[in-house]
Design a protein around this ligand. Structure first.
Ligand code: DGI
Ligand code: FE
Ligand code: FE
Length: 189
């Protein structure tokens, strides 16, 4: 599947705003893949489909998690997390993408996970720093992303966890575990 065909497949599932965001993620992922030596074609396809399930019915996704997915713990941490693992499932079963590396990059794009592959890191960070995003602290993350992939992800995770905590929202344990793993790795270097 080339980029044009992939975009045609995702377009009906997204709003204009989310489609523009997706184009931004593709651009950011392409640059990051080049810089940090990830598979560029996979980074692009994963980016195209990363928010495929963003507007799916929440109850349908909860049912899918309960019945078909391995990690049910996301059900306890807010509906925003559903679109990542459910997206991976729909992209495999509806779009027909079978590449597990691409599917995992979609699966973990919201929460991260400890010991992410470079491809997973690239998509995670691209989603955060794509050119259409504007919020406090993002310029710092963009600057760090010029030279240090892990450090940029640590910074992004800190921002996200701060944001959630300020709103008295739950923080998914795997998100904290991702932060801990990356901090630990940095210490050992
Ligand atoms: O889908 P996007 O908006 O492009 O970005 P995303 O997939 O990173 O989703 C962002 C949303 O996910 C935002 O509302 C915050 C939420 N989120 C991210 N990490 C966590 C989280 N929510 C909970 N409860 N716990 C997390 O660790
Ligand atoms: Fe998302
Ligand atoms: Fe996104």
């Amino acid at each position: 599947m080339n980029l044009e065909q992939a975009l045609e497949k995702v377009r009906p599932h997204l709003t204009d705003h989310r489609y523009q965001h997706t184009l931004g993620v593709i651009k950011a992922a392409e640059e990051l893949a080049e810089r940090f030596d990830a598979d560029k074609d996979k980074a692009i396809i994963a980016s195209v489909f990363h928010d495929y399930a963003k507007f799916r019915d929440k109850e349908e996704m909860k049912r899918l998690v309960r019945e078909k997915l391995n990690d049910k713990s996301i059900l306890d941490y807010g509906d925003e997390l559903l679109h990542a693992p459910c997206g991976a499932y729909y992209v495999e079963n509806e779009v027909g993408i079978k590449d597990q590396e691409i599917l995992d990059a979609i699966r973990y794009h919201t929460t991260g996970k400890p010991h992410m592959t470079v491809l997973e890191k690239v998509v995670f960070l691209a989603d955060y720093i794509e050119p259409g995003r504007h919020f406090k602290g993002i310029e710092t993350v963009r600057e760090i992303a010029e030279h240090d992939l892990d450090k940029a992800i640590i910074e992004a995770l800190k921002n996200t966890m701060n944001f959630l905590m300020k709103q008295n929202q739950l923080v998914f344990p795997e998100t904290i575990a991702t932060y801990n793993q990356l901090i630990n790795d940095k210490k050992e270097k």
